[in-house]
Ligand binder design. Sequence first.
Ligand code: SF4
Length: 81
Amino acid sequence: MGSRTGSGRGTLATLPLVTLHIDVNRDACMGSGNCQFWAPGVFEIDDDGIAVVVDAAAAPEDKIVLAADGCPTKAITLTRD
Ligand code: SF4
């Protein structure tokens, strides 16, 4: 399997003037894959077994919120500005 591209960070423009930032704390992530289940296409598990953000716009915001709430280690932080 080739290495995946992505990072622990992504940005989704939701409403005009409102942007959702997604951060994955790589030290806290245990690679459970829950986020990939709730928001497929947004998160993937990289070759190190840690979640990365590959496309912040791949799922609706409510699914991303579910992914963050469902993370067993609370490794996902969502911020809006
Ligand atoms: S749900 Fe949390 S612990 Fe599980 S892979 Fe995603 S970020 Fe990591």
